[in-house]
Design a protein around this ligand. Sequence first.
Ligand code: SF4
Length: 379
Amino acid sequence: MPHISPLDPAAIIQHVYVEDDCRDLPLTKDILAKLPGRDVRIIPPRTGPDFSVEKSASHNLTKGKKHLVLCKNRGRFLKPCPATREYRCCDYQVLNVGMNCPMDCVYCILQAYLNNPWLSFFVNTDDLLAELASTFAETPQTFRRIGTGEFTDSMALDRITGLSKILIEFFKDTPNAVLELKSKAVVLDNLKHSAHNGRTIMSWSLNSPEIMSKEELRTATLDQRLAAAAQCAAWGYKLAFHFDPLIYHPGWKKGYKETIDRLFAAVPAASIVWISIGALRFLPALKNIATDRFPKSRFFHEEFVLGLDNKYRYFRPLRTEMYRHMADHLSRHLNPDTCLYFCMESDEIWQDVFGFTPEEKGGLPAMLDLAARTKCTSP
Ligand code: SF4
């Protein structure tokens, strides 16, 4: 495979499929113009590439990253984050802008979650903006935290789609909503000149340097992610970071401490709205898929317990140990208005590590809303 830069993960795309009813949309034409020399085919709506003759699901997952389908989202764009009742969730809303990702993390849940192996991007952005506008108008007093990084990486295709600029400029006039764009790439092309008005949070997932280099293929290095975050802070964007998934591996304590120290040496603590921590959790189906695709990865061979949400997790004592290590080091640098929180953890873990439960502070959604309201103001 040719070297693909994290400055443009979309460079891996070799084949583009345009659903027939999208061929005349301006965004479709813009995207095709930014992918010169690719094999382009017009296909009937809802069909997708024909992968049926391929050898295995694993093979298709690898191949699918080179195939992009431009299509319409015919359902709703905005949905609640797919959380579960049993763990503390944060009331985040997911803006569904496309499916799958050109980068390739060994632990990526999308390998087991999505029905199709190829990349999809929804080109009917006018429908997306109309839905956002009508949703905000229905309940103007409701504060919303909205992100695009649930079923894809928010920025991986941004050089060719320019979606960040469209969304950032929509959210700049929404006093009761913030947009979070979450990535493991460093695609900054459309950010410098976007009028964000303090309403967009640029965020990066972080891990230990070893996990980032061994288990997150075609993603940016720690230095690249931190330099990109520092640049965004200089442009007035607020920042967020996600230590998720924490992975138990030899030298994990030293590795995560190193990442935390380098993070706070690189970016101003006051620019960080929130930091999440979440230990590895995965659907049972993911282990077979990932170990088949990445046989050298060892971390799926640890001991896990099946949680109430039908996902495997580390046993509670190990989770607590890892979380305490992270919280100890993060709290040395943390700005008092930054919200440090667990993604999908129990009250017992919150109590053991932080000494309080979210309820004592008004609930996790209220804690995050407060951080956003405090920090996401005009630069
Ligand atoms: S960057 Fe995110 S979406 Fe892309 S492969 Fe990695 S975990 Fe999956």
